[in-house]
Design a binder for this molecule. Sequence first.
Ligand code: FMN
Length: 383
Amino acid sequence: MVAQSDLAFRLQTVKHGATLTYTQMLHARNFVASKKFQTDNYDFTPSLEGLNSPSGVPVIAQIAGDDVRCMVEAAKILEDSGIDAVDVNLGCPQAIARKGGYGAFLGRDVEKATEILSALTRAVSVPVTAKVRIQPSLQTTLDIVRRIEGTGISMLAVHGRTLEENKTATKEANWRAIREVRKALSIPVIGNGGIEYNSDIKKMLEATNIAGVMSSEGLLENPSLFTPQLDDSELAPRDILDRQIMLAKEYVELAGIHEPVSCGGAGGHSTVKAHIFKMLYRALDNERFHDLRNRLGDSKCYKLEQTVGIIDEVEERLNGMDDGEITFPTEEFSWYRRHRQPVNAREPVEEMSEEERKAAIRQRLMAMKIQREEKERNKRMML
Ligand SMILES: Cc1cc2nc3c(=O)[nH]c(=O)nc-3n(C[C@H](O)[C@H](O)[C@H](O)COP(=O)(O)O)c2cc1C
């Protein structure tokens, strides 16, 4: 995930059960053109040192672009760096991807996409994989993925949403389409979309019969998602927030050891801040914590110790509150659900109380602010 798949975060998710990780998407043309871009966006320590079990926890580097030569060259550099596989992003829906003709826009241009994938499978000896979104028509989806499989790639990740179903138009992921893709292909298929809780993993595996499950937004908020655990709806608010604080502390400790790369020149600490915003999203939304949220968002907060201090203060304040006082909306207003329908249909808006509606608006504004910051950063990386 752009500016969020840093080594520290990958290590944290592996600690909690992830068995395969990806780097953030790397723009191939920029990656090839500039050594600085390479070291700013890729940590060149892809192996998960210290955590490599005898079976190993592979890490895949994801590249994006529409230029065959640049894609091949980038893949070769990544192969030389010791990466386990190279993935091509055929799913990014952002305007910048439209402009650059990559991501989901390349995914629709099946001639070009297959040309790139075929060139990559010939050029590197590590496995080449791809990640796609589904198309509005199942038949088109199946036609495209069959062509993609024909290029010799080793694995396909399928996000069960169309190009249009993103941001505020994000809907429940279409697991039926993922199941059909799985049935149509011989290579392993990874399913993506709609994993909010650990229990969803089993549900998705059973519904689709795929080889593995990929999580993004759910994992960003709860990096322990792959460890068997109760759903948030079954936990008391304090338990949820205690878990989130534990995860935030664990992440900053890892980030202290493996400082995130600078990500488009914005500095590694902006990656750390974006992680902590998501992990502590529900706590920081409470009015009693707004000052801490603002402190974290402040550009002057650029050192790890300052972030650690903010996490400690969140914890201290929570410890000083009675359980009855911790009445934050904890499930409906999670980072995961900030702009989407939950897996189980949500209460109609008109049935929300005034207080809930206000909380939802505050969450939306906060999410927009963070997204704006991330967008700015991404722009710097992708241009
Ligand atoms: C902050 C952020 C960054 C992302 N960056 C990438 C990326 O670099 N490459 C990619 O294939 N998908 C990226 N995605 C999309 C996710 O991988 C995933 O397809 C999408 O969020 C749906 O999965 P989910 O329901 O588990 O969140 C990103 C998503 C988020 C929220």
